[in-house]
Design a protein around this ligand. Structure first.
Ligand code: CP
Length: 323
């Protein structure tokens, strides 16, 4: 396993990841991908370490794959359920985190609907001695770094399954389509794809694709066709209705007609195009249901599978060298 090029204590954002760090995660995840095909899928790396999953916002994929990743590394896992926690008695988020710190948590995996909460907890943990590594599992619209890394791994592995690496994406055209405005996944992906040298095209209605995204080095399209033309990969994003305070699209039906990914639309792309979606999916809205389930075109199940190996890699790298 590669650890020599890893000094990162927290994983809060991909904005300052170096190409070497991206490649270290890809290589390490690939080793764990192999471990996960074995009969015995567990390694003793994090024995007696404690991973606390602090999800203040709902999750299926991220929470469970961090839990499985921790278990595969032989760590002890604490799952926090906000609805039945002392938050309902007025305890603050920082005091909740300090409670897990006092129990001896080595890692905290934090999801919150507000941007900046994982960063605030990381600062508090550093103030308390720096023994706890914080992983941002999605903060508001800001970032979702482990999703960005598993997407990167899922894009690179079909290109070279033995040695997935950032450079494989140089010059590839990647279209990201949908609710870019509210998407922490799009923001994390933009950092990794920019580092790879991929050509990134963003498409969505003007209300969901603000001009500021051009600052990330992406090309912006308010129509889908130029984004899909000759694309190597298409990433669709969920319409985040829960974050839409006002009517940003005329209707779901209209959105699907204009921006939904369908077999017909994929004919604009390269013949071997593959489609990704971070989930959860609004079937028949951002992607047609039959396309989502087509193993020849959809990498969505692979994204979920790869999430475990990538999160094992992050816990392993952050845990290496710490006792
Ligand atoms: N992709 C993602 O973050 O999914 P969950 O909300 O289910 O964790």
């Amino acid at each position: 396993m590669a650890t020599a090029s890893w000094n990162r204590h927290h994983v809060l954002s991909l904005a300052d990841f170096t190409p070497t760090e991206f490649n270290t995660v890809l290589q390490t995840a690939n080793s764990f991908r192999e471990v996960l095909t074995r009969r015995t899928k567990k390694v003793p790396t994090l024995q007696a370490r404690v991973v606390a999953n602090l999800f203040f916002e709902s999750s299926t994929r991220t929470r469970n794959s961090f839990e499985l990743a921790a278990k595969r590394l032989s760590a002890d896992i604490l799952n926090f359920a906000p609805g039945t926690s002392a938050l309902s008695k007025g305890e603050t988020i920082l005091d909740t985190a300090k409670t897990f710190w006092a129990m001896g948590a080595d890692f905290m995996v934090i999801r919150h609907r507000e941007a900046g909460v994982p960063q605030a907890i990381a600062a508090e943990m550093d103030r308390l001695g720096g023994q706890v590594g914080i992983l941002n599992a999605g903060d508001g619209w800001h970032e979702h770094p482990s999703q960005g890394l598993l997407d990167l791994f899922t894009l690179c592995t079909p290109l070279d399954p033995e040695q997935p690496r950032l450079e494989l994406l140089a010059g590839k055209k990647i279209a990201i389509v949908g609710d870019i405005l509210h998407s922490r996944v799009a923001r994390s992906n933009l950092w990794s794809l920019r580092a790879s040298g991929a050509e990134v095209h963003l498409a969505g209605p003007p209300t969901l694709l603000p001009l500021e995204f051009a600052n990330y080095g992406a090309k912006l399209h308010w129509q889908i066709e130029p984004a899909l033309a000759e694309a190597d990969f298409v990433m669709t994003l969920r319409l985040q209705k829960e974050r839409m305070g006002q009517h940003l699209i005329p209707s779901l039906r209209e959105y699907h007609l204009q921006f939904g990914i369908t077999r017909d639309r994929l004919r604009l792309c390269k013949p071997d195009v593959k489609v990704l979606h971070p989930g959860p999916v609004n079937r028949g809205v951002e992607i047609s249901s039959d396309l989502m389930d087509d193993p020849a075109l959809s990498l969505i199940p692979q994204q979920v599978t790869n999430g475990v190996a990538v999160r094992m890699a992050l816990l392993y790298l952050m845990g290496s060298g710490r006792v």
